[in-house]
Design a protein around this ligand. Structure first.
Ligand SMILES: [Zn+2]
Length: 827
């Protein structure tokens, strides 16, 4: 699973340097009694063997009528009873099936579990089949008021009455973590695996999708159709899926297996633009892992109102509609979150679906791998710099959340299982795998993955099995690594200082780990650049304070600790500016150059620093170009004189649209009328990013014309261009433009809402019609309430208070009162 909104908002909050109030709001974990509970793996009393479902839907009532034949066998000990998870259902009949005959069984049901007394004692060499006739009522789950049931409905009816304009009618499911039992009785635990067969009876105008193969389709006399899907290899109940709706299917293949994309008809023309690289990724992962894609087909479907980012249902991944995009939007996508999510869910088909985390405590063997796979694809497809940039983004995402430093990667203690889906399990776990690969070497690491997959195929895995597989492949003991990274918490806080003694020609490197708690054992590569060549020294840091001393004929130009730039640590590297300048031009990696640009950006009065910034405008990796473009201090005459002609060239000819857009943005701020033709030309680009930057640049030259100009682009705008139009309106618009901005905010994706919130608030303060102001205030307050759990409330309160000041000046007492009420609710 990929939880999209949380990641987006957390990074947005971080980007605004918002204080850590959100982190502090969480109670200290040791105070929570739930943290004392050891979350054991669920004991296996009965094992699922086969699950057969026959379902039809009541769109009006939002019910699903189900018949189930579930086959089980005792795991080891003989038993005469069976407990099935079943959330908020009506259970009409429970019977044992023998020779095609149903005999009713005694059972009790408390809205969460069906406790069934079997007809006799069964041993683990025999299986039995139970028939259940039930009604699933996902929209009424909350009414049961159980603490165990949150808003995880399992089965979702989207616009079932067709009353919402511009929204299709759909049904889809979401199983993870334990919501499949809201639509069929099962043992809803990841350490169960079952084959399945699902027959869905639906209005014949709709398409269906489920796990496995479409075995049959049958038209019924009443205008419905029954589709039967069969999954003939075992998988866990949380990976079951169904989807029903008006989707257009586009088909590709990989090694004769169907690879298909289910999209709303409007986006079907772009199916291959969005998903077309899927067979290439399947091929790459199959070869890298030495295990071919294990399922009979791979489908991806995009649905409305999805509750998360995307979900890796076995052979049938479900995406939220953020992944939908037109060909033009995709021009600026590069390795966007949508594209990395596509590869993330695909890697889960091995790590998650083929071998499944045995419990939520061990979620790392699903999610850390899926996270790591995003980097793997980036470096394969876009080069080492792109991979390094991606994994560095992961590290920073984890390190920017200080409340996570007490959380173990393998998490035996938690308040709620949903908490395990955090940046420790995803981004930190991915970074740890990146370190492990570096330590073992690629070949041994991939051999280890191959052993792990083959040993545990169609079964479950935990971190210990991963360690054993890696040890078997490499021949090295890895307890030290797993103890500190998997079964421990936190990360090193590393301070690095250097001393050169010219008299003795001695270089000393002082390494100091300053975090609380245990020392981290760190195998380090230390690259020494002296006398025109580079020497690599291997060093194991085993103490909190360590130093490395060596002789050098001449003073090294650079000592580069962690030469492979693979360390997950908060690092303070006390290099001189000269050393960073040398590093930019001589050390090879993305992070070497990234660190040098960061250091140079702060000291642009220095000639060496300027050399780095100017050179980096043409760095071979586009994200570093953009970093340098944004960092260039255009108020410094030397920087501007050198940078401007380069930026003009980049704006006109760089093959990367995001580089062009960044260059135009910086040039726009110069407000130089001589550049207006460049901006006007750029407005003709197919790239929304380039157009958006150009419109903003023109608005800075002539704010009066910009509102009219923006209007001509309203109809064909997406992404950065929409953003620019909104900014132009919010800054210089009148009441006539207010509703356009209001709608964009009110109906926008969270990221859009976050981006335009402060400008929208300014506009709301200024607009003359109090009724418009009040609906704007409500929209901002609703946003604050919706994302309060991410710590956004104080920021929204601050913004609303700004609006209040402006409305007060306009003597708009009604709006002032509305703000007071909203602020009280947010506190
Ligand atoms: Zn995932």
């Amino acid at each position: 699973m990929k939880t999209l909104y949380a990641a987006v908002l957390i990074s947005s909050i971080g980007a605004l340097a918002f204080n850590s109030a959100s982190a502090q709001q969480t109670a200290a974990p040791q105070e929570d009694p739930a943290m004392k509970i050891y979350r054991e793996t669920t004991p296996k009393i009965n094992d699922l063997v086969h699950t057969k479902l026959d379902v039809r839907f009541d769109y009006k009532k939002r019910y699903m009528y189900g018949k189930e034949w579930v086959t089980l066998k005792p795991h080891f000990y003989a038993t005469d009873s069976l407990h099935l998870d079943a959330q908020g259902m009506d259970i009409k009949n429970v019977s044992i099936v023998k020779a095609g005959k149903n005999t009713p069984l005694k059972f009790t049901y408390d809205s969460l579990t069906i406790a069934i007394k079997l007809d006799r004692v069964y041993h683990n060499n025999e299986s039995y089949t139970v028939y259940i006739d039930y009604t699933s009522k996902p929209n009424e789950l909350k009414a049961h008021g159980s603490a165990a049931i949150t808003d995880a409905k399992g089965l979702y009816f989207i616009n079932p009455d067709g009353t919402e304009k511009d929204k299709p009618t759909q049904i889809w499911t979401q199983g993870e973590t334990q919501s499949s039992s809201a639509w069929f009785p099962t043992i809803d635990k990841p350490n169960q695996k079952t084959t399945d067969e699902i027959s869905m009876t639906v209005p014949k105008k709709y398409v269906t999708l489920s796990n496995g193969r479409l075995a049959s389709q049958k038209l019924n006399a009443d205008g419905t159709r029954t589709d039967t899907w069969k999954m003939e290899l075992p998988h866990s109940p949380y990976l079951f899926m169904m989807a029903v709706g008006d989707f257009k299917i586009t088909k590709d293949t990989w090694k004769g297996k169907e690879v298909s994309y289910y999209l709303e008809p409007k986006y079907a023309p772009y199916a291959r633009d969005i998903f077309g690289f899927t067979p290439e990724v399947i091929d790459f992962y199959s070869k890298t892992l030495g295990v071919d894609y294990p399922w009979n087909k791979y489908s991806q479907i995009v649905v409305r109102d999805y509750v998360s980012g995307a979900m890796e249902n076995t052979s049938a991944t479900l995406h939220g509609d953020y992944v939908q995009a037109t060909k033009r939007e995709l021009i600026d996508a590069y390795y966007s979150q949508g594209r990395s999510t596509i590869v993330h869910e695909l890697f889960h088909q091995w790590f998650g679906d083929y071998v499944t985390a045995e419990s939520w405590s061990n979620l790392t063997v699903n999610e850390s791998f899926a996270d790591f796979s995003e980097t793997l694809w980036a470096e394969h497809k876009y080069g080492k710099d792109a991979g390094d940039a991606h994994i560095n983004g992961d590290r920073q995402q984890y390190l920017s959340q200080p409340n996570l430093k007490t959380k173990d990667l393998v998490r035996f203690h938690y308040t709620d299982k949903e908490e395990v889906f955090d940046a420790v399990t995803y981004q930190k776990g991915g970074s740890i795998l990146y370190m492990l690969r570096n330590y073992l070497g690629n070949a041994a690491f991939y051999k280890g993955l191959n052993i792990y997959l083959k040993t545990n195929a169609f079964k479950n895995g935990e971190a210990h099995q991963l360690r054993l597989a890696m040890e078997e492949a490499s021949g090295r003991d890895l307890n030290w690594f797993f103890n500190q990274w998997y079964f421990g918490a936190g990360h090193p806080i590393l301070n690095i200082t250097y001393k050169w003694d010219d008299a003795t020609k001695t270089q000393t490197v002082y390494l100091n780990q300053t975090q609380d708690g245990n020392v981290f054992i760190l195998p380090l590569a230390i690259d020494v650049y002296a006398g025109g060549k580079m020497d690599r020294r291997k060093f194991w840091m085993r103490n909190k304070v360590d130093s490395l001393v060596f002789h050098s004929a001449t003073k090294p130009s650079l000592v580069n600790v962690d030469g492979d730039k693979m360390l997950l640590a908060k690092k303070t590297d006390n290099k001189s500016l000269d050393e960073f300048v040398f590093q930019y031009f001589n050390a090879p990696l993305y992070l070497d150059r990234f660190e040098a640009i960061t250091a140079a950006a702060k000291q642009q009065s220095n000639a060496g620093a300027r050399k780095v910034i100017i050179a980096a405008l043409n760095d071979k990796y586009y994200e570093l170009q953009i970093k340098a473009i944004k960092a260039a201090d255009m108020t410094n005459d030397d920087v501007r004189n050198a940078a401007q002609p380069i930026l003009v060239k980049l704006a006109q000819t760089d093959p990367n649209t995001l580089v062009r857009a960044a260059a135009i943005s910086v040039l726009g701020k110069l407000k130089a009328s001589g550049l207006s033709n460049l901006f006007k030309e750029s407005l003709k680009s197919q790239s929304y990013a380039v157009q958006g930057a150009a419109l903003t640049a023109l608005s800075q030259l002539n704010p009066a014309d910009a509102v009219a100009l923006a209007k001509t682009y309203e109809k064909d705008s997406e992404g950065a261009l929409t953003q620019a139009i909104l900014m132009v309106y919010a800054t210089g618009g009148t009441d006539a433009q207010y509703d356009y901005v209001y709608n964009a905010f009110n109906e926008g994706a969270p990221q859009t809402q976050f981006n335009i919130m402060s400008k929208f608030a300014e506009f709301t303060g200024r607009v003359s019609d109090p009724a418009k102001a009040q609906k704007g205030i409500k929209a901002i307050a609703d946003f604050g309430v919706k994302y309060k759990k991410y710590g956004i409330a104080p920021q929204v309160v601050q913004i609303l208070n700004g609006v209040k000041e402006s409305r007060a000046k306009l003597n708009d007492t009604a709006s002032v009162a509305a703000i007071d009420k909203a602020v009280a609710e947010l506190k």
